[in-house]
Design a protein around this ligand. Structure first.
Ligand SMILES: *Cc1c(COP(=O)(O)O)cnc(C)c1O
Length: 414
């Protein structure tokens, strides 16, 4: 008996229950996503179950928001215990969970202060506001002249300010007019960055690996060189580690690969342990102290339930050594994927358990490969047409990855 393959879904199943759910969301929801046609009703660790009772291996992990695995017992326990006490105070009052959470987050990351938010996009907006105000009040940039440099092919969220500096036509089209003050440079090109810096540049916003952009790893040395340029020109280095952070790439933060310490660190996704939205912008007092009462806020930001969940999410990350696990298993899995030598694969890239498999143009888009994986019990999602991303929960076991590899091998075989 094989506990893994015994639960494999049949290849051409009738799915009456699934169809009902698909029709319902089609009717009652906006059509702003194109999910794989699977309706999940339960999750545990690396596994999820659909409404037909089929089990799948979750190789997406909610875009890295489930690094600790689904329903981690310790995180659930922290949430339950907090729900028995108090869940929301707003920032009009203090609560007894926010301080301990932020202390732990600061201790772990080495920043002096953290400003808690909920979603990633909010934390990015927080970082933008912080760095602009720092630019005017500390660096001395003339009013309303601040510029922030961003990278081509970026993804930082979906608010109107953020999509306004996207290079993705579809993210922007008919959502304007957009906020000014952003300038775009080629990702991974330090010379381009240097040329774009002006006396009014206050920040450089960058993902150390572009996840949504297609799992793009910049050339070695780029982050370190960008850090030098930012220091030299007094520009705030803003690292968006919402997806790459908290162990995903095999280091606590992807910037650690080049020993880069950002001025502003943006975290989200896995900070909520797959349970609750928790994000934050981190910085030292020089930046954070530009905020005064009334400057910025969020009703749910720093709420006691989120703080309890965030604290447990960090504990699990550290105590279960998920960062080390990601490094080891990721290196192994990437190597094995490369060895497959599939005629469909253009490139296998990534760091730690943040892995992209680029499908050759001549083999068509990645989506049908993801659909084939689904029928074999593996949930993965394409990004940017040609790339299959593999970002399983970091709690995954080696044997489970071996099983995934077998399925991937068959799907990618000639
Ligand atoms: C997911 C993501 C965001 C946005 O986070 P939301 O919680 O969806 O708002 C921002 N930046 C990066 C790099 C991300 O991966």
């Amino acid at each position: 008996m094989n506990p893994v393959t015994d639960h494999l879904p049949e290849t051409a199943p009738a799915a009456p229950v699934t169809d009902r759910f698909l029709e319902e969301v089609d009717e009652f929801s906006a059509h702003n996503y194109k999910p794989l046609p699977v309706v999940l009703e339960r999750g545990e660790g690396v596994w999820v179950w659909d409404v037909e009772g089929r089990r799948y291996l979750d190789m997406l992990a909610a875009y890295s928001a489930v690094n600790q695995g689904h329903r981690h017992p310790r995180i659930l326990e922290a949430a339950r215990a907090q729900m028995e006490r108090i869940t929301l105070t707003s920032r009009a009052f203090h609560n007894d969970r926010m301080g301990p959470f932020l202390r732990k987050l600061c201790d772990l990351t080495g920043f002096e202060k953290a400003l808690p938010m909920n979603t990633g996009a909010e934390a990015v907006e927080t970082a933008i506001k912080m760095v602009r105000k720092w630019g005017y009040e500390v660096k001395g940039v003339p009013d309303d002249q601040a510029e922030i440099i961003v990278c081509c092919n970026n993804f930082h969220g979906r608010t109107t300010t953020i999509v306004g500096f996207s290079s993705e036509e579809q993210y922007r089209r008919h959502f304007g007019p957009f906020a000014p003050g952003f300038r775009m440079v080629e990702y991974g090109n330090a010379r381009h960055l240097e040329e774009a810096i002006t006396p009014n540049t206050v920040g450089f916003l960058v993902e150390p690996i572009q996840g949504e952009g297609g799992m793009i790893v910049p050339p070695d040395g780029f982050l370190a060189r960008a850090r030098e340029l930012c220091t030299e020109h007094r520009v705030a280095f803003m690292a968006d580690e919402i997806q790459t952070g908290l162990g995903r790439t095999g280091r606590l933060f992807a910037c650690d690969w080049e020993d880069v310490r950002p001025d502003v660190l943006i975290v989200g996704k896995a900070l909520g342990g797959g349970v609750y939205p928790v994000s934050a912008a981190l910085a030292d007092a020089e930046f954070m102290d530009v905020f005064h009462p009334g400057d910025h806020g969020s009703t749910f930001g720093g709420n006691p339930l989120g703080a309890a969940v965030g604290e447990a999410a960090l504990d699990v990350l550290v105590e279960e050594r998920l960062v080390e696990r990601s490094a080891e298993l990721g290196a192994w899995f990437r190597e094995e994927l490369r060895k497959l030598d599939s005629p469909h694969v253009e490139e296998v890239r990534g760091k730690g358990l943040m892995i992209g498999v680029e499908i050759r143009l001549s083999s068509g888009p990645a989506r049908p490969f993801c659909e084939a994986l689904k029928t074999r019990g593996i949930l993965a999602k394409e990004t940017h047409e040609q790339v299959i991303r593999f970002t399983p929960p970091l709690v995954i076991e080696r044997e489970t990855l071996e099983y995934a590899l077998e399925q991937v091998a068959e799907v990618l075989a000639g």
